[in-house]
Design a protein around this ligand. Structure first.
Ligand code: TMP
Length: 205
């Protein structure tokens, strides 16, 4: 049996990632490709109410380890699907931790590069690497307006600042830069760009 494929979609909330992941996996199935859609955090993720919305160093460290623990199990399942010949579309993976938790954790390191390198080192227990990472790029203002969070409150501004840091961190990751797609366009146009990137790189159809 031929080995399958592992495609990851990344981006800020509001980038259209979840809708694109769903539409993409439907499209692959229509092309007679044995595709499966999955996401992180998984449903097994231990949601700690104490950490919800916290942006400090300790909470981010704890979240990083919790997301990583979830990913260790998830990557075993994904690896099995890929070995069975399935094409796995995964909504978020390691790069979400590097961007979201990394943008806070890295401030305690000598440099951002050192921080990301440390997070990658910890994540080496996860042997599975995506064949392709597609990063849906959107500016944080558009992301905020799409998810209709309040922009005029103090917490809205804090959130915007955070999303700016997250996006900047995403843009430093080679995997995301290589697979970057402008997601400020309509969902249809963005989906077409995603399909053509996959077609040209993986030749699945
Ligand atoms: P949700 O499934 O509840 O929508 O959670 C998605 C949120 O989780 C999103 O805001 C990004 C965040 N997240 C991280 O901060 N780090 C991670 O490693 C992952 C997988 C998600």
């Amino acid at each position: 049996m031929n080995s399958g494929h592992f495609i990851v979609l990344e981006g800020l909330d509001g980038s259209g990632k979840t809708s694109i992941a769903r539409r993409l996996s439907q499209f692959l199935v229509e092309k007679n490709i044995d595709a499966i859609l999955t996401k992180e955090p998984t449903e097994n993720f231990h949601r700690d109410a104490e950490l919800e919305g916290k942006r400090d160093y300790i909470s981010s460290m704890r979240l990083f380890f919790e997301f990583t623990a979830d990913r260790i199990t998830h990557s075993e399942v994904i690896g099995k699907w890929v070995s069975e010949g399935k094409t796995v579309v995964c909504d978020r993976f390691l790069y979400s931790s590097l961007a979201y938790q990394g943008s806070i954790i890295c401030k305690k390191f000598e440099s951002d590069e050192d921080g990301i390198e440390w997070m990658r080192e910890v994540s080496r227990v996860i042997h599975l690497k995506p064949e392709m990472c597609i990063y849906l790029d959107i500016d944080p203002e558009t992301a905020m307006s799409r998810i209709s969070r309040r922009m005029d409150s103090a917490s809205g501004f804090e959130e915007l600042e955070f999303l700016r840091d997250v996006r900047n961190t995403y843009l430093t990751l080679p995997e995301c830069r290589e697979g970057m797609i402008d997601a400020s366009k309509s969902l249809e146009d963005t989906l077409e760009s995603v399909k053509s990137m996959i077609k040209s790189r993986l030749r699945l159809w």
